[in-house]
Design a protein around this ligand. Sequence first.
Ligand code: NSS
Ligand code: MG
Length: 430
Amino acid sequence: MIDKVYCADVKPEMEGKRVKLAGWVYRKREVGKKVFIVLRDSSGIVQVVFSKELNEEAYREAKKLGIESSVIIEGTVKADPRAPTGAEVQADKLQVIQNVDFFPITKDASPEFLLDVRHLHLRSPKVASIMKVKGTLMQAAREWLLQDGWYEVFPPILVTGAVEGGSTLFKLKYFDKTAYLSQSAQLYLEAAIFGLEKVWSLTPSFRAEKSRTRRHLTEFWHLELEAAWMDLWDIMKVEEELVSYMVQRTLELRRSEIETFRKDLTTLKNAVPPFPRISYDEAIDILQSKGVEIEWGEDMGADEERVLTEEFEAPFFVYGYPKHIKAFYMKEDPEDPRKVLAADMLAPEGYGEIIGGSQREDNYDKLIQRILEEGMDPKDYEWYLDLRKYGSVPHSGFGLGLERLVAWVLKLDHVRWATLFPRTPSRLYP
Ligand SMILES: NC(=O)C[C@H]([NH3+])C(=O)NS(=O)(=O)OC[C@H]1O[C@@H](n2cnc3c(N)ncnc32)[C@H](O)[C@@H]1O
Ligand SMILES: [Mg+2]
């Protein structure tokens, strides 16, 4: 019985071993009476050589193969330092599953074309590496959340109200009613803490953002935590421990994939607690000292955050934002009613906000007042207000944008590359 192995399993020390491989033709060239194929599968690549001398039938079939043809081959391993992975398979058997005459993706394909054929581009080793890193970041998150006693819950996506402002809601018809696609699971997680105390969810969140920036999608994967009894400072500690574990664990398990995207790992290695913390006031001072035209009370956008991140070599917090630029549910700072107990986590190297978090307003009357101040209708939040009537407790939480974390870890130039099928204002297909 011949072992079916993955491409990455083929090592020089297997010299002389007979193996079977299944995969796709990634590269092909002919030299004299030999055909050199770089075979690709989910583990990586390996060189496969067909020679007329070894097996003329297989050699003739191999000559006809096009890029991305699907094949099953058998042969003998030979150590060869000239091969891309230090070993190759000298094939004497070839089963062509499907020959491809012309594969539409060529070396000079534009980013927009690659997105038009995203269903075909997913198979490229670079894209596969991005998805492996994204999956490993979530594997690490699950490991940390489990050992730290957090319960996974599964909130609704069809909802009746805004969390992060009505202007970015996607509305849909729900029988004879109106529903929206969830912007954030937060309000439902807040309901869950009265039974489970520490909860988390990974859900798609939707934002009808018209802003065409390198960090906005209309659908993104949102890792959110909510905890009873925690204040802002407690939840910031949770954030830095979680993000640190995610990054260090992924560096441990996916270093080779990460290194194909960035050689300098300094900022990733620096992502260990405690992360630096600056107030919004300090952030404004820094920006003004660097010549950025911004006044106290204004929000920091991507450009301002990019400048701010130049001051740091690790993820850092900005806390204590002005109340009027933040969401209705955030608790007013008892020491300064102009501010709320909110903190964002910003990634260095220009990436900016990856986490938005806050302590929630747990007082019924104050929350109603905030809802009215924001021009919203308390009737739409009756169930949410109930949470402040029956054993209300101090509680805090946050949301991490998974694509934004991936974009920083791999230094991608746009969050769209960090998701299988990106959704933006101008892209809904494929
Ligand atoms: N449970 C919570 O407390 C979360 C809270 N309700 C919330 O949604 N905050 S957030 O709007 O800052 O979004 C949280 C994060 O979600 C990411 N995010 C937010 N919006 C986007 C878009 N449009 N595209 C990609 N990623 C996005 C980004 O990393 C933000 O820091
Ligand atoms: Mg935010």
